[in-house]
Design a protein around this ligand. Structure first.
Ligand code: GDP
Ligand code: MG
Length: 296
């Protein structure tokens, strides 16, 4: 008898630099995890969809946890973090082999009491020469039944992923896949094009661009071997547009160039990108606009 198909959401948690994005990429099998995002109305941001014969992992981010202030390990913080974990089926706490910091404690504290079954991933084991040194590390940080499973692995080398996938799928409910295979590729390429522009906005303008900035992909067409993509950066005020566009259009030109290069790397083909910045007052309050930007 065939095993039941399972599908559900898995929160990926851990301090910066432990290898969360690398792990998501390794699971998804393509570079579709994007580091930054601004406008966001859904509680969980989809990092990647990993589809296997036995099930589908929807790997999500938990915003409340990543924005945690160091000193904020208090009751209200924990409540907020738990809120961010609401509705996920399982979680992966990613840590680095041989290293455990205060921030790892913080990530772990966010999970405490959330009632989400969690698997500990001890990443970067390729950096540890003496593998037996991992045992005391694991015993100290993952005592008893603190985690459903502990997986030492190397996300970078793609080593040790199969048993992790098996254990994660086992924590998910029986379900049809949430996304069909072809739907993933179609939707995600267009979606990812927008994310790559948003990423550049964040990296280059950071705090100067408000949370209300959004990117809409107006056109995504195949033209022979290349993609023709047109996108609009929507802002709320003329002053914000001035920042995005920059002196003599220099800023938006750089955003466009870097976004295009990343798209070409991601899609493996040439991209022609048209990028605009437009003002739409109060779009954040406008239901039609939210639909347009896919934030419903
Ligand atoms: P994130 O901030 O948690 O998303 O971490 P990233 O996925 O961006 O990885 C941070 C750094 O660690 C990058 O330079 C990765 O190449 C590196 N890294 C991730 N996984 C591994 C691993 O398994 N082994 C080694 N040696 N490096 C890794
Ligand atoms: Mg990352």
């Amino acid at each position: 008898m065939a095993e039941a198909y399972r599908a559900g959401t898995v929160a990926v948690i851990g301090r910066p630099n432990v290898g969360k994005s690398t792990l998501v990429n390794a699971l998804v099998g393509a570079r579709i995890s994007i580091v930054s995002h601004k406008a966001q109305t859904t509680r969980h941001r989809l990092l990647g969809i990993a589809t296997f014969p036995a099930g589908q992992l929807l790997l999500v981010d938990t915003p409340g946890i990543h924005r945690a202030e160091k000193r904020a390990i208090n009751r209200s913080m924990n409540r907020a973090a738990r809120g961010a974990l609401d509705g996920v089926d399982a979680a992966v706490l990613v840590v680095e082999a041989g290293r455990w910091t205060d921030d790892d404690d913080l990530a772990r504290a966010a999970l405490d009491g959330a009632g989400v079954p969690t698997v500990l991933v001890v990443n970067k084991i390729d950096k540890i020469k003496e593998k037996s040194a991992l045992l005391p590390y694991i015993a100290e940080h993952a005592p008893g039944d603190a985690f459903r499973a502990v997986h030492p692995l190397s996300a970078l080398k793609g080593k040790g992923l199969e048993p992790l996938v098996r254990d994660l799928l086992a924590l998910l409910p029986e379900s049809e896949p949430h996304y069909a295979e072809d739907e993933i590729t179609d939707r995600s390429q267009r979606f990812l094009a927008g994310e790559l522009v948003r990423e550049q906005l964040m990296l280059r303008l950071g705090e100067e661009v408000p949370y209300s900035a959004a990117v809409a992909v107006d056109r995504f067409e195949e033209d022979g071997a290349m993609f023709r993509i047109a996108a609009t950066i929507w802002v709320e005020r003329e002053g914000q547009k001035a920042i995005v566009v920059g002196k003599a259009g220099e800023s938006i030109k750089q955003i466009g160039r870097a976004s295009r290069e990343n798209m070409e790397r991601l899609f493996g083909r040439k991209v022609f990108l048209e990028l605009w910045c437009k003002v739409r007052e109060g779009w954040a309050d406008d239901a039609a606009a939210l639909r347009l930007f896919g934030y419903e």
